[in-house]
Design a protein around this ligand. Structure first.
Ligand SMILES: [Zn+2]
Length: 274
């Protein structure tokens, strides 16, 4: 089994040893696409800038050294290549600087998120399988861990299934991530810690809110999420190991790269995408 370090944490080959929350949610959406992503035959094209901007903000709140290293490594993506802003940071990064400024100058943030240990790798076994996680900020002394989420705004994310806009915490299945991380921290350090999500929007100026999971409803959602992991992951692991065939959802970005016309089917009997 691969030993995880900061350098190899995101390597695709670690996913054959450890499940993580993104991979689990990928499998839950479309097994065929998840498999193609892991074996490297497909790279999703969906908005790499949003991901990069999120990582830019995270690195700034980790340490000055981490932020400088991140900027150096991603300079060509961060700096504009044309127009009057040539050589200066693109709009999304100027906006990200406002988010960083808002968080760094906030008193609650300074007292809570800022002191914790950053980017802590945790591992553990959930229902017979190994998992990995990375904690944005871990405060073991006070029994709290923090996850920083950047989002366009708090309520406008689109749910493909319900065809509705919904709050970002529901949309990202963060109750599952928090439930898994709570278990992994306990297995790594022997302490049950309470999750807190620090949400910040990409609006100008940004909106900010910290969310805990201490209500009965939130606790039930986390317990339910672990049940979902328990019930679904055996099959996902079997698919990953080539022991069961992957199910294709038929309509996601990956499945649509494989689409071709066949003889017509009656329109009223077609299995329409949800
Ligand atoms: Zn699919």
């Amino acid at each position: 089994m691969i030993e995880l370090t900061k350098e190899n944490y995101y390597d695709l080959n670690t996913l054959y040893d450890y499940m993580d929350k993104s991979t689990f949610l990928d499998f839950d959406k479309c097994e065929l696409a998840a498999l193609a992503k892991i074996n490297g035959s497909w790279k999703p094209t969906s908005n790499p800038e949003a991901l990069l901007v999120g990582n830019y903000v995270h690195s700034a709140l980790e340490s000055d050294e981490a932020h400088e290293a991140f900027i150096k490594e991603n300079e060509s993506s961060i700096l504009s290549h044309s127009g009057t802003s040539k050589g200066k940071p693109k709009k999304a990064y100027k906006q990200a600087d406002q988010m960083i400024q808002a968080l760094k100058s906030d008193e609650w943030f300074k007292d809570h998120y800022a002191p914790g240990e950053k980017e802590v790798i945790v591992t553990g076994e959930l229902f017979g399988h190994q998992w990995k996680g990375k904690i944005d900020s871990l405060d073991l002394d006070n029994g709290v861990f923090y996850d920083l989420k950047t989002t366009a705004d708090f309520t406008k994310r689109w749910n493909e299934e319900s065809r509705q806009r919904e709050p970002f915490i529901y949309n990202g299945h963060y109750e599952l991530q928090m439930a898994v991380y709570q278990q992994l921290i306990n297995q790594t350090f022997g302490k049950m810690c309470e999750p807190v999500i620090v949400g910040i929007t990409k609006q100008t100026p940004p909106d900010m809110q910290a969310f805990d999971f201490e209500s009965d409803g939130a606790k039930a959602a986390m317990a339910n999420a672990l049940e979902v992991v328990k019930n679904k992951q055996d099959h996902f692991w079997n698919v990953l190991m080539g022991e069961e065939p992957p199910k294709a959802c038929g309509h996601c970005d990956y499945c649509r790269t494989k689409v071709h016309l066949t003889d017509p089917v009656p329109f009223d009997m077609y299995d329409w995408p949800e």
